[in-house]
Write a protein that binds this ligand. Sequence first.
Ligand SMILES: Nc1ncnc2c1ncn2[C@@H]1O[C@H](COP(=O)(O)OP(=O)(O)O)[C@@H](O)[C@H]1O
Ligand SMILES: [Mg+2]
Length: 371
Amino acid sequence: MIKLERVTKIYPDGTEAVKEVSLEVKEGEFCVLLGPSGCGKTTTMKMINRLIPITRGKIYIDGVDNTEVDEDELRRNIGYAIQEIGLFPHMTVGRNIETVSVLKGWPKAKRKRRAEELLELVGMAPGEFTDKYPSELSGGQRQRVGVARALGADPPILLMDEPFGAIDPITRVRLQDEFLKIQQEIKKTIIFVTHDIYEAIKMGNKIALMDEGRLVQYDTPANLLYKPNNKFVEDFVGADRALKALQLIRVKEVICSSPSIAKADDRAIAAKERMEQEGINHLVVVSDDGKFLGWIDKAELGRGEIVRETMKSSAPTATVDTVLNEALSLMLSSGLDTLAVVDGDNRLQGVLSFGTIQKALSEIAQRGESE
Ligand SMILES: Nc1ncnc2c1ncn2[C@@H]1O[C@H](COP(=O)(O)OP(=O)(O)O)[C@@H](O)[C@H]1O
Ligand SMILES: [Mg+2]
């Protein structure tokens, strides 16, 4: 789908920004360009849609040399999302999203329908947001609009340059998760730039790690972590690679989906007996319609007659798509050794225990050593 052959960029001032980079991204793959600031990620990306002219080497898109395609045509077929500066401030959200479909000459009704579809896709109600201006949105909302705009005319390829870089960490995690979910539906071929190794491991099927303009390793996230090509990769990955590898596993892969539960109106003494029988310290509490209410702690059960009176109700939750690394940090912040997993309506899907995460960690480490 996208093939770089010994791509080199020397800027007019003599800076050698990209040196002989060769790599191939297959259809539907999510390739992350990773590396420290100044290593040539943005330059590499911008040569693909020719925002920056190439000095030497070739870039093929679907087998066609990209310098032989009309520049505007090329850009219409490659979605491009960057940090929030990308939105046109004087245009409404709807108009921003329609940018490329206007260029493509789509009729107005089709453009409007597509813009509404895309707003829905990125989780923003069209009725509420179509006529707003970028300045009326939060950073996270602007970023969502940026992604919607990049998808505007349904391009097969998406280039994304640190698209979630300027967002607070919590919103960032949410946008990453949402985007991965969207990608499962749209299956674009994606090149995504980041300097954040956690983000790279979480998002990519393949990671291209760059250093000073060179491609150092192009590999799966697991191989990058456990089979580093050289000292630079090893240092970049760092000592806590097991923690980073937790980004590779999602809650749904390790969830206990039929946990013991208590109801808020159960008698506390009965709940305590159950926990003793099962050898657990915490029991998850749900409402009659299956919604997550909170946790009870065996040690504190003497305090009330019924479960509701001793329940800890402000616990964090994960979803089945949360990565284990984030699940672990939620768990640590709650002070419990277990985490409730819920769906969009707060209905309990299962629970995740600290022991499960430990087990996953040791399995990853073994996998890394045996490969
Ligand atoms: N227009 C330019 N003229 C000269 N040097 C540039 C220009 N743009 C970027 N560079 C240099 O090229 C190198 C790679 O930059 P860039 O691709 O932006 O890196 P990254 O995106 O990995 O941070 C850096 O040394 C940067 O200073
Ligand atoms: Mg950059």
